[in-house]
Design a protein around this ligand. Sequence first.
Ligand SMILES: Cc1cc2nc3c(=O)[nH]c(=O)nc-3n(C[C@H](O)[C@H](O)[C@H](O)COP(=O)(O)OP(=O)(O)OC[C@H]3O[C@@H](n4cnc5c(N)ncnc54)[C@H](O)[C@@H]3O)c2cc1C
Length: 460
Amino acid sequence: MGVPALVDAQRAHAAGVQRLLESYRAVPDGTAVRLAKPTSNLFRTRTTTQGRGLDTSGLTGVIAIDTRARTAEVAGMCTYDDLVAATLRHGLAPLVVPQLKTITLGGAVTGLGIESTSFRNGLPHESVLEMDILTGAGEVLTASPTEHADLYRAFPNSYGTLGYAVRLRIDLEPVTPFVTLRHLRFHSLSDLADALGRLAQTGRLDGVAIDYLDGVVFSAEESYLCVGVQTDARGAVSDYTGQQIYYRSIQHDTGVTDDRLTIHDYLWRWDTDWFWCSQPFGAQDRRLRRIWPKRYRSSSVYSTLMKYEQRFRVGDRIEQLRGRPPRERVVQDIEVPMERCAAFLRWFLDTVPITPIWLCPLRLQSDVGWPLYPMEPRRSYVNVGFWSTVPIGSVAGATNRRIERAVRRFEGHKSLYSDSYYSREEFDELYGGDSYRAVKKRYDPDSRLLDLYAKAVQRR
Ligand SMILES: Cc1cc2nc3c(=O)[nH]c(=O)nc-3n(C[C@H](O)[C@H](O)[C@H](O)COP(=O)(O)OP(=O)(O)OC[C@H]3O[C@@H](n4cnc5c(N)ncnc54)[C@H](O)[C@@H]3O)c2cc1C
């Protein structure tokens, strides 16, 4: 980026911050402050609010990329789609790129993100060098490991209740143009979990260093680990943005299969079919897929369709016509320690009728830890993601509540982007209540922003 372009980008960003501040000041006292963003990857239904929300329109771009230092200066509401497009031009990528294109950098840092580099790079907030945050007190402060360190540490998993990240400086890593993939088939969950633990620990497969690692469980007898290695070697690549479907491509009877993708298509391999969640919309039906415009095969389109579905309760009405009860939404990501992974999966498959299940190993890089999502530093965990519905139970959220209890039993944690049913005491215990309250008091003394429990559990 030349100096004039950089100056322009910095000026545009300053104007964007100004507009955000003006819109913040225009929110009347006593009215909840919210972001006005065109997209969201939040799954909790929320009470509708009056008012226009904060103007984030000037905070969506990449401000600068320093190719020598391998860092990027990014506006808080920049989507990973735009961020990755900018960094790949320089052969660089964020250390962790969440799988859905419309997730923003600020959203992934405050709401936790994860991907197949997390076994070696931890979570997105761990590669944040510093960030400017509009706090509840209406100030824009820089938070880093040394400046306002309490805010920097408490920000991950605060979901915008301590402030909004308007600018972040993050580390980048070099990437090559292609990724070779090996899909390893397993016939038992113990074998799968053993191999996952070994690969995540050693970072090698058959003596070769691995760059990417995730997996999919279709049943107790059919599961896969997907191992990716970066490469410069040119050659044929697969395309899962067309008629072929990525998650189906990894299935085979036995042993190992190989594949290759461009780095761009690898990073977005799960977006085209929203993992496998495009299926209920008909996007995986061969005939419909042929006429479904390519640009409408993306997670943002399915999530918009899903929001309409929820608003008009289409699924429940169909169930009712068939004489069946409505269904409970079970859309969750949880983490369990690596050594409890197989046992948790067994419990899950015996209890919750949802497959496929996504697996992603992770290990925090920071030795200090992050108080609002207290995983142990340097311990290996596995993220387990399941996104579907089940028959409704005797109480609201019956299956979600069972999962919450099981996750505790298995020494795990649950992400807060979706429905939660914890009591306030339990929530405080699990999500760093004391640390949260101290930071909240300091940076949002008049409670202009919602409280985390109100937002995450009470759906405000
Ligand atoms: C079905 C589903 C699948 C998911 N899968 C993945 C996945 O595979 N990998 C992954 O990494 N994550 C995943 N997530 C989680 C996702 O990363 C988080 O929900 C994240 O917070 C979404 O970011 P967003 O930019 O879309 O924010 P939004 O959905 O718009 O907002 C989420 C919350 O963050 C707050 N927020 C948004 N921007 C900022 C900001 N700049 N500063 C402070 N607060 C802010 C909002 O107020 C809101 O409370 C998934 C979520 C869903 C629903």
